[in-house]
Design a protein around this ligand. Sequence first.
Ligand SMILES: Nc1nc2c(ncn2[C@@H]2O[C@H](COP(=O)(O)OP(=O)(O)OP(=O)(O)O)[C@@H](O)[C@H]2O)c(=O)[nH]1
Ligand SMILES: [Mg+2]
Length: 290
Amino acid sequence: MASQFISKLKDLFSSKSPVDEAFFEDLSDILIEGDIGGKTAFELTEELEKRCKTVKPSSHAEVRNILQNILCESLKTVELKPEPSALNIYLMLGVNGTGKTTSAAKMADFYRQRGTDNIILAAADTFRAAAIEQLCIHGDNLGIRVVSHKHGGDPAAVVFDAADALASKGCGLVIADTAGRLHNKDNLVRELQKIDRIAASKASPGAYKKILVLDSTTGQNAFRQAEAFHEAVGIDAVFLSKHDSSAKGGCIFSVSKELGIPLAFIGSGETYTDIRFADAERFAADFFAE
Ligand SMILES: Nc1nc2c(ncn2[C@@H]2O[C@H](COP(=O)(O)OP(=O)(O)OP(=O)(O)O)[C@@H](O)[C@H]2O)c(=O)[nH]1
Ligand SMILES: [Mg+2]
């Protein structure tokens, strides 16, 4: 549990124990409990040990600050901005229930508020019953057009039509919702690769982004999801949802460090405005917050 890991971290940094090998070992274990993953936790702790040898911190608080800096530096972030005069396609991906549909709606509103014209939501989750309706409700609430086909239809065709609807306007942004899928289901992965080919062929060069939605509460399994989706289609950025929970999303550090995928958005609630661009400094600070 996140809260347990936070209290262990707090105990370690408020202890009187010397900052020695045992301290770094304990720290590494605690970071693993915080979903950071063994390899990344080890590397971060090693880096901390190295810096402590040079800086010679005089207090545990100083050691903690150095660690916070290291975490901040290790996190790649990206501010995804649609190209103003291009046909942009952002494809939302992820396993079941991570927050793809909600995050797609949030992003549509987010970009519209920031001046992107011609935003279309594409209901490319044709698999789950009620998924189309769910996206249409968001579209109605926000006053944003939704392009959809029938339940059970070809999701790649939905993305194709949504892109065509924009092509007549010359530019804009399609945000495509997709069905939650397990990365080990071959047929669904092939379907995803087809959507990927269509989206890549319809978007302007450099304006197609694949955004993986990871749920903060998933723990280290989120890293395996990222690895599998990255292998299947290549991921450009992560949307970390449910950061309003007690989970800290520690998996993001290994996703960034080991897979090189940057964090784009933080979702922090169920309303449309609960979205922000990721900020490494704030994320690292929040990671320690109780
Ligand atoms: N607290 C919180 N809840 C969220 C957030 N994002 C999504 N949710 C909730 O998580 C649940 C699942 O969200 P969806 O957007 O339907 O997830 P999905 O990935 O589209 O799900 P499937 O289509 O079934 O794969 C819903 O109850 C959302 O309201 C968030 O940032 N914070
Ligand atoms: Mg959905």
